[in-house]
Design a protein around this ligand. Structure first.
Ligand SMILES: [Zn+2]
Length: 346
C-alpha cells in the first residue's frame, strides 16, 4: 500500500513554487477496514495509543472501543528513536492482545506529503521530510496510514456522533492552536496536499493581532485555549484565579459562575468562532459544528455564546440556517480513535 513519498511544496510560504503532483483521489467508502486496528496519536507533549477491534459506531463509549489505551510522555524527539519507540508500542499492543497483525493508523500534527506517506514538516517536533508511514511500515512489516491530527480527530468525532452521513460535519479543536477538520457526505476531506481543514487560520479580523502563522487576525488568535487563557490572565488578578482553584479549571468555574471578566474573554472567542463558522458555511454549509480541545471544557458558557453570535446573524445573515453547535464527545481520545479507524483505509 505504500507509495513513494512526494515532497509537498503546497504549504504556507511556498506559494511561488510549482505544485507537487496530485495523486488520484481515494474513496474511503470503497475499502473495508481490517478487524484489528491500532491507533497512535503523536502529540506535542505525549503519544497516545490504543487498539480497536470493533467497528466504531454512533453513540459508542470511546472507553469501550479503545483497548489498552495509554498516553506516554516523549522520551526523545529524535526521529529514529521515535520510530523505534512507536514500533515497540505497536508490538506491545500486539503481544497484549495476542494479535498476529494489525493495521496501524498514525495521527500527527504535521503537514503531510500528498500521498500521506510522510511528514513534510512537524513544527512542534522539529521534523522535516520524514517518511514516517513508510519507515514504521518497514520496521513493523505492517500497513501504516498517516493522517493530520485534526483530521483524525474529526473522523473519530464523526464516527461517534451519529450525525447524518449526508452534508458536512466540522470540528474545531481549541488547544494551543486551533485545529480543524471537515467530513463531507461521510468522507474525510484531506485535500490535494493532505492539509485540508486548516480552519484555525481562517481570517476573522483582517486588521487584528498577528498570529504565529504570520497572518493577521486568524481564528486561533482569539479562540485557541492559549489565547483564552492569556485573555483571562490579563483580565483577572492572579489571586482571584488562585481562589477559584487555579489553571484551566478556575477559568471554567468562573465562567460558569457568570464572572463578567471571564465571560468577556469567552465572548470574544465565541464571536471569532461564529465568524469562522460563517466562512466555513459558505464553502460546505455544515449541519454540525463540534468544539473540542482543552478550551471546549468551558462547556455551556462557550457553546451558548457561539450560538448567540450565530443567531445574531454574524456574519452570514439571520435568514441563513446555522449549524448545530455542540461539544466534542471523545475528548482527547478522538485522535487515537480516528487514526485507528482510518488504519487500513487508503
Ligand atoms: Zn494564523
Amino acid at each position: 500500500m505504500e507509495r513513494t513519498a512526494q515532497r509537498s511544496d503546497a504549504r504556507p510560504g511556498a506559494a511561488n513554487r510549482p505544485p507537487a503532483p496530485v495523486p488520484a483521489p481515494a474513496d474511503d467508502r470503497d475499502v473495508h477496514p481490517p478487524a484489528r486496528r491500532i491507533g497512535i496519536d503523536i502529540g506535542g507533549s505525549k503519544i497516545a495509543s490504543a487498539a480497536v477491534a470493533a467497528e466504531v459506531t454512533a453513540g459508542a463509549d470511546p472507553d469501550d472501543l479503545l483497548r489498552h489505551h495509554r498516553s506516554d510522555p516523549w522520551e526523545s524527539r529524535d526521529y529514529e528513536a521515535a520510530v523505534d519507540g512507536l514500533a515497540r508500542q505497536v508490538r506491545w499492543l500486539l503481544d497484549e492482545l495476542a494479535w498476529p497483525d494489525a493495521a496501524v493508523g498514525v495521527s500527527v500534527a504535521a503537514f503531510l506529503t500528498p500521498d500521506r506517506s510522510g511528514i513534510v514538516e512537524a513544527l512542534n517536533l522539529g521534523w522535516r521530510d520524514r517518511p514516517l508511514a513508510r519507515d514504521l511500515s518497514v520496521v513493523l512489516d505492517l500497513p501504516v496510514t498517516l493522517h493530520n491530527d485534526a483530521n483524525a480527530a474529526v473522523w473519530g468525532e464523526y464516527l461517534l456522533a451519529g450525525s447524518p452521513a449526508e452534508g458536512a460535519f466540522v470540528l474545531l479543536t481549541l488547544g494551543t492552536d486551533v485545529g480543524g477538520g471537515v467530513v463531507v457526505d461521510g468522507r474525510l476531506l484531506t485535500g490535494a496536499h493532505g492539509i485540508a481543514g486548516e480552519l484555525g487560520h481562517l481570517t476573522v479580523d483582517p486588521g487584528g493581532q498577528v498570529c504565529v502563522c504570520g497572518a493577521a487576525g486568524c481564528l486561533a488568535v482569539y479562540a485557541s485555549g492559549a489565547a483564552i487563557a492569556a485573555g483571562v490572565r490579563a483580565a483577572v488578578p492572579a489571586a482571584d484565579l488562585a481562589r477559584a482553584g487555579g489553571g484551566a479549571p478556575a477559568v471554567t468555574a468562573l465562567a460558569r459562575r457568570g464572572d463578567e471578566r471571564v465571560l468577556a474573554v469567552v465572548d470574544r472567542a465565541a464571536a471569532a468562532i461564529a465568524a469562522a463558522s460563517g466562512q466555513i458555511s459558505r464553502v460546505v454549509d455544515h449541519h454540525t459544528l463540534v468544539l473540542g480541545g482543552g478550551a471546549a471544557d468551558l462547556g455551556d458558557p462557550l457553546l451558548a455564546a457561539v450560538r448567540r453570535h450565530l443567531s445574531a446573524g454574524v456574519p452570514v445573515g439571520p435568514v441563513r440556517p446555522h449549524p448545530h453547535v455542540r461539544a466534542a464527545r471523545a475528548g482527547n481520545r478522538a485522535g487515537v480513535l480516528g487514526a485507528a479507524d482510518l488504519a487500513g483505509r487508503r
